[in-house]
Design a protein around this ligand. Structure first.
Ligand code: DI6
Ligand code: FE
Length: 413
């Protein structure tokens, strides 16, 4: 007798779900009512009506979850974080509230440089322990993928140390960790006024070592008047290309430095922040597949007033992702759900756009849109059961965590 592949028992089935597949289509949220999802070998094998479940495959299916009409979404994806660092910057928060600006603090040797000093002083074990706490908060909200950048080491040993810690988090926890080398985040104190020499170090020594140890999935840089020029960023991107690593960029956060257009010309996966992106440049961005990543936590925490050009991004069909930018200086954020609310309240995204920003479009921003980010047959079985039924409620609430159950690669977490 021939056993068809499709008759083999499933590893898991979730049924009676309000399934927000987030697949693009006619229905808002890709919503399917009374839906069931069958999972085998870590992948989604079947999606359909609960009443049509093929009973043969249910026999011996060990994980059968009655979702009782509640909401199921893809696992959430935070596509931009700086989770691994030493110390914190509570003191700068206090300074800023006493009238000193983020830029002034940065120019006076605080800001990123302060975290660089604390990160260099910390052992890998200490960094790991600190990052675990931050990661566990995100995990509790249904995260199944997180991107983690380096960029607080700014020399060979400490950049490697951060990226190894990030990789280790991916081994310790049931979630996918995507790592990004952000050597060109700031000029370290020992290279002050020698930016070109530091870019040499990044391109000629640190990046090759990072690539050699396979420690990074992408390369990022900070293009800004307090950081690196488009020319310097180009050098880093050329080096990334040599090592066959995709690029992304912190662009147009505090001024219009023309970083986004530069990055999209390199086929960047994403350009992130974008408050100062002009409408004309949105049109140029639209000609690429680059995702626009908006970071409402940094906008909020720095009390920025310049809004990213959301209407233009929408008009030009640029995919928008939302992320926490979790970092000690500009976005000490431990909740991706809170970012959904802020994306709506501050940037006027719709709740559907916000949810797409932490699922389908966040997956694209990580170059993994073919594998994660939506609930579709063939995709990785990363999904979350929530104690709510309306997907807009994920954006509506401020605080509180309605996450009930998480499946990661087909396994209950
Ligand atoms: N932009 C940011 O918002 C963070 N890095 C960056 O390039 C801020 C990092 C920090 O202040 O520590
Ligand atoms: Fe960032």
């Amino acid at each position: 007798m021939i056993i068809k592949n499709s008759d083999k028992p499933w590893d898991a089935v979730w049924f009676n779900a309000r399934l927000a597949t987030m697949a693009s289509g006619a229905q808002p949220y890709g919503l399917l009512e009374n839906a069931a999802v069958g999972v085998r070998n870590g992948r989604i094998e079947w999606i359909g009506d609960t009443d049509q479940l093929p009973h043969a495959v249910l026999n011996n299916c060990p994980q059968q979850v009655d979702c009782k009409g509640l909401l199921v979404t893809p696992g959430l994806i935070d596509c931009h974080t700086h989770l691994v660092y030493g110390g914190n910057r509570t003191n700068e928060f206090e300074q800023r509230l006493n009238g000193v600006s983020y830029e002034q603090i940065s120019r006076a040797g605080g800001g990123i440089a302060a975290t660089v000093a604390a990160t260099r002083a910390a052992s890998a074990a200490e960094l790991l322990e600190a990052a675990r706490g931050r990661l566990e908060g995100l995990l509790a909200e249904g995260l199944t993928t997180v991107e983690i950048k380096s960029g607080y080491g700014l020399n060979l040993p400490d950049e490697l140390k951060i990226l190894r810690v990030a990789r280790q988090l991916g081994e310790e926890y049931p979630l996918e960790v995507v790592t990004t080398f952000l050597g060109a985040h700031a000029t370290p104190p020992e290279y002050q006024n020698r930016e070109e020499d530091y870019i040499d170090l990044v391109c000629d020594q640190i990046l090759p070592a990072v690539a050699d140890e396979n420690l990074a999935d992408a390369v990022d840089a900070f293009c800004e008047n307090i950081a690196f020029t488009p020319q310097q960023v180009s050098r880093v991107f050329d080096a990334a290309g040599y090592h066959k690593l995709p690029v992304k960029l912190h662009a147009e956060q505090l001024s219009d430095s023309k970083g986004a257009v530069l990055a999209s010309s390199y086929g960047a996966l994403s350009v992130d922040h974008l408050e100062y992106l002009t409408e004309q440049d949105v049109a140029k961005l639209a000609a690429s597949n680059t995702v626009a990543v908006l970071l409402p936590g940094a906008f909020y925490f720095l009390s920025e007033t310049k809004l990213p050009p959301v209407d233009a991004l929408r008009e030009h069909n640029v995919a928008i992702a939302i992320a926490s930018d979790s970092n000690p200086g500009s976005s000490p954020v431990g909740s991706l759900l809170l970012m959904l609310n802020m994306a709506c309240t501050l940037f006027k995204l719709t709740p559907e756009e916000a949810l797409a920003g932490v699922t389908r479009n966040a997956a694209r921003a990580l170059g993994r849109g073919d594998r994660i980010g939506t609930l579709e047959v063939g995709k990785q079985a990363d999904m979350v059961l929530w104690r709510i039924s309306d997907p807009a409620e994920l954006s509506y609430r401020i605080g509180g965590n309605p996450c009930n159950q998480v499946m990661y690669r087909g396994k209950p977490r």
